[in-house]
Design a protein around this ligand. Structure first.
Ligand code: CTP
Ligand code: CA
Length: 225
């Protein structure tokens, strides 16, 4: 019913959404991940579909049902997620990067489970930085003259506004969405701070689905006509 009454502000748009954490394997049974629940990204995918878009959701490991009418591809690692998003972004008109991508991955992942050797010695892990998926897609689209409206998210523990503004410019995206409050991971409620070239817009505390619907409207208003 909601879908029936929602204004189709994204009709004709191909919307790509990333959501959830990534999982960087250390060995076949262990890995590095984070507390992203995927709820915000899944709510955005649902809201974009309600608004008439064709929606593809690329999800890291989360236990959430796929929103009705949304296409879903599951991925694990950041490299995996990047490969999938790079391909899908070629045919997208909007890319919303809500995934909490691991900043680092282990240099190597063991083929077999790492065992204790009985001496009490502990393994040492070395890390390499993961590629910035969003920045890469935004600059690739610019280079190809492909009209792709990119939206980034920022999880900050302090100085949200300054960090979000800097992040927007560093990533080369028109819109950056800051999560307000340190503890949004896994919560059903959130509040958002939108940062674009014109300034800021506050979306006060509400359910993630309500915020997702407002965010979709804010994105639609900013799309080139
Ligand atoms: N992101 C990405 N690829 C990465 C890291 C982040 O695409 N390797 C995207 C996220 O999906 C989000 C945005 O970039 O939309 C900002 O992520 P965030 O972790 O806040 O920023 P970082 O650039 O990783 O900086 P830092 O964590 O050091 O604040
Ligand atoms: Ca990060």
């Amino acid at each position: 019913l909601v879908r029936f009454f929602t204004p189709k502000v994204l009709a004709g748009q191909q919307v790509l959404v990333s959501a959830g954490p990534t999982y960087e394997a250390i060995d076949p049974v262990r890995g590095l991940t984070n507390l992203s629940s995927g709820k915000m990204g899944f709510a955005i995918a649902r809201a974009a579909h309600e608004a008439g878009a064709h929606v593809t959701l690329v999800a890291g490991p989360v236990s959430l049902p796929t929103p009705r009418g949304v296409g879903r591809i599951n991925v694990k690692s950041a490299m995996n997620m990047q490969k999938t998003l790079n391909v899908l972004s070629q045919t997208a008109t909007v890319f919303i990067s809500a995934a909490a991508v691991a900043d680092w991955r282990p240099v190597e992942s063991a083929n077999e489970k790492i065992k204790k050797d009985g001496s009490g010695r502990v393994p040492t892990l070395s890390f390499v930085e993961n590629p910035d998926i969003l920045a890469g897609i935004a600059s690739g689209a610019r280079a190809q003259n492909h009209q792709l409206f990119c939206v980034g998210f920022a999880a900050e523990s302090h100085d949200l506004l300054a960090n979000a503004q800097a992040k927007r410019e560093r990533k080369g995206v028109p819109l950056l969405v800051g999560n307000i409050g340190p503890d949004t991971f896994g919560q059903d409620d959130n509040a958002l701070l939108l940062v674009d070239a014109q300034g800021t817009t506050d979306l006060p505390k509400a359910s993630k689905l309500q915020l997702a619907r407002q965010l979709v409207a804010e994105i639609a208003r900013r799309l080139p006509t």
